[in-house]
Design a protein around this ligand. Structure first.
Ligand code: HEM
Length: 431
C-alpha cells in the first residue's frame, strides 16, 4: 500500500517550525492543524516532531520505568493509599476554610489559597509533614516549575546549546537540581532515623527498599526521583484544575447555583462535606469533567517518542520521532463535542459515559495507555472534596470591579497552563 508524505507546515532554515509555536503552543498547534490536518510533521531544529491530535501514541517504557511505574500504581496511588490520606485532606481543607472565613467578605486571592492547600497536602502525603521555615521548599518548587516551563533551545538545536549557557538556564537548572537533591536527601535521612505515626510515600519506598518486596532493587536515587515526580506531576496540575473550576463557576453563576443546591441538599446542615457525601454528587463530577475538557492542566501532556518505526494512517513515522498529543484541542473538537464545544456546560456529562480515565480518547486530560497519569484517583479525590466544601460553606461572586465574566481569561505560559493573573473572588459565609 502507498505510503504518503506527512503534511508539514513550511518552516525556516535551521530552526524549522520553532517560531510557529508562540506563547501558547496548544493554541498555535490547534490552528495549524486546521490547515494541515490532525496529523502533521513539524521540525524543531533537528528533532522531527509528529503532532497528532486524534490518535494516542504511547512510547513503551524501558525496564526501569516499568518497574518504577508499577511501584507508583500499586504502592503509592492505590485506592487504599488514597483513602488513607483522607484525614490529611480534611485537616488541610478545614485550615483553608478558616482562612477564607477570616477574609470577612473582602476579595481573597483564591489562586494563592489553592496553591498553598495543594502544596501542603502533597507535602504531608509524600514527606510526612509540611516543610517551610528552615528550608523554603515552596520557593524551591516554584523555581523548578518555572525552569521546567522555560524552553531550552539546546534540547532542540544542539549547536545552539551555548544559548542556554549564556542565558543562565544551564546554571539555574544545575543549582536548582542540586538544592532539590540536598533537600530530598535530608528528608529521606530523617525518615531512616525517625519513627512516625502515619505512613507517607517516603516510608513506603524505604520499606520496599528494605524488604526487597517488589522483585527488583530500588535505591536512594530512585526514591528521591519518585518523590520529585510526585511534586512535579502533582502540585501544579491539581491546583490548576481547582483554579479553572472556580473560574468557570464564577463566570457561570447558574452552574454555581446548581452545584451549590446539590451539595447543600446532600450535606444539609453539616458544617463540612465529607468524602462519603461525594459519591452522589453527580453535578460536582460533571463540573470537574467539564473543567478538565476545556482546561486540561497539561494541554500537550508529556512529549512521547516513538521507539520503533510505525505506520500510522498510511504514513511512515520513523523511530526517534517526538510525538505531541494536544489534549486541549481534542477536548474542544466540534465534531466530537458539538457546536457548543467551546462553552462551559457541565450538563453535557450528566448522561454520558465518556470518562477521563484513558478509555475514551475524546477526553484525555490524564493521558492514556501505559504513560497515563498514575494518580487520577488521588487528584480527583482532592479536587472533588475541595470544590464541594468551597461552595457548601460560602456564597461566591467576582469582585465588583472584575470584568472577567465577559472576557476571555488569559492563560499562563509553561507546561501546566493556569491563569495568567490570580483569581480574586468574594466569599460570604452562609453560617
Ligand atoms: C488534575 C490533576 C492531574 C492531571 C490533569 C495530570 C495529568 C497527567 C498527564 C497528562 C500525564 C502524562 C500522561 C502521558 O504522557 O500520556 C501525567 C503523568 C504523571 N502524573 Fe499526573 N496529573 C494530575 C495529577 C497528578 C498528581 C496529584 C500526581 C502525584 C501526586 C501525579 C503524578 C504523575 C506522575 C508520576 C506522572 C508520570 C507517569 C509516567 O511517566 O508514567 N499527577 N499526569
Amino acid at each position: 500500500k502507498k505510503i504518503n508524505t506527512l503534511p508539514s507546515p513550511p518552516g525556516l532554515p535551521l530552526i524549522g517550525n520553532l517560531h510557529q509555536l508562540g506563547h501558547h503552543p496548544h493554541r498555535s498547534l490547534c490552528s495549524l492543524s486546521h490547515r494541515y490536518g490532525p496529523l502533521m510533521l513539524l521540525h524543531f531544529g533537528r528533532v522531527p516532531l509528529l503532532y497528532d491530535k486524534h490518535d494516542v501514541a504511547s512510547a513503551p517504557y524501558g525496564e526501569y520505568w516499568r518497574q518504577m511505574k508499577s511501584v507508583c500504581v500499586l504502592h503509592l496511588f492505590s485506592n487504599k493509599m488514597v483513602r488513607s490520606f483522607r484525614e490529611v485532606r480534611e485537616e488541610e481543607i478545614s485550615v483553608m476554610m478558616e482562612n477564607i472565613r477570616k477574609s470577612n467578605s473582602l476579595p481573597v486571592n483564591l489562586s494563592k489559597i489553592l496553591v498553598s492547600l495543594t502544596n501542603d497536602v502533597i507535602c504531608r502525603v509524600a514527606l510526612g509533614r509540611k516543610y517551610g521555615g528552615e528550608v523554603d521548599f515552596k520557593e524551591l518548587m516554584e523555581r523548578l516549575s518555572k525552569l521546567l516551563g522555560t524552553f531550552s533551545v539546546g534540547s532542540y538545536i544542539p549547536w545552539l546549546a551555548w544559548v542556554d549557557w549564556v542565558s543562565g538556564l544551564d546554571g539555574q537548572l544545575e543549582k536548582t537540581a542540586n538544592d532539590l537533591d540536598k533537600f530530598f536527601e535530608r528528608v529521606v535521612q530523617d525518615h531512616v532515623n525517625g519513627n512516625r505515626d502515619r505512613t507517607d510515600f517516603v516510608d513506603v519506598l524505604l520499606s520496599i527498599q528494605r524488604e526487597k518486596s517488589v522483585g527488583f532493587e530500588i535505591n536512594r536515587v530512585s526514591i528521591k526521583a519518585i518523590v520529585l515526580d510526585v511534586f512535579v506531576g502533582g502540585t501544579d496540575t491539581s491546583y490548576t484544575l481547582m483554579e479553572w473550576a472556580m473560574t468557570e463557576l464564577l463566570r457561570h453563576p447558574k452552574c454555581l447555583n446548581i452545584l451549590q443546591e446539590e451539595v447543600r441538599t446532600i450535606c444539609k446542615d453539616r458544617p463540612s462535606v465529607s468524602e462519603d457525601d461525594i459519591k452522589d454528587m453527580n453535578y460536582l463530577k460533571a463540573v470537574i469533567k467539564e473543567t478538565l475538557r476545556l482546561h486540561p492542566p497539561l494541554p500537550l501532556m508529556a512529549p512521547h517518542e516513538s521507539t520503533q518505526d510505525v505506520r500510522l494512517r498510511d504514513y511512515h513515522i520513523p523511530a526517534g520521532t517526538q510525538v505531541l498529543i494536544n489534549a486541549w484541542a481534542i477536548g474542544r473538537e466540534a465534531a466530537t463535542w458539538g457546536p457548543d464545544a467551546e462553552e462551559f456546560r457541565p450538563e453535557r456529562h450528566l448522561y454520558s459515559s465518556v470518562d477521563y480515565r484513558g478509555q475514551a480518547f475524546e477526553l484525555i486530560p490524564f493521558g492514556a495507555g501505559r504513560r497515563i497519569c498514575p494518580a487520577i484517583s488521588f487528584a480527583v479525590a482532592l479536587n472533588e472534596v475541595v470544590l464541594a466544601n468551597l461552595v457548601h460553606r460560602f456564597d461566591w461572586r467576582l469582585p465588583v470591579e472584575s470584568t472577567e465574566d465577559q472576557t476571555d481569561v488569559a492563560e499562563s505560559t509553561g507546561i501546566a497552563i493556569h491563569r495568567m493573573l490570580p483569581l480574586y473572588a468574594v466569599a460570604s459565609s452562609t453560617t
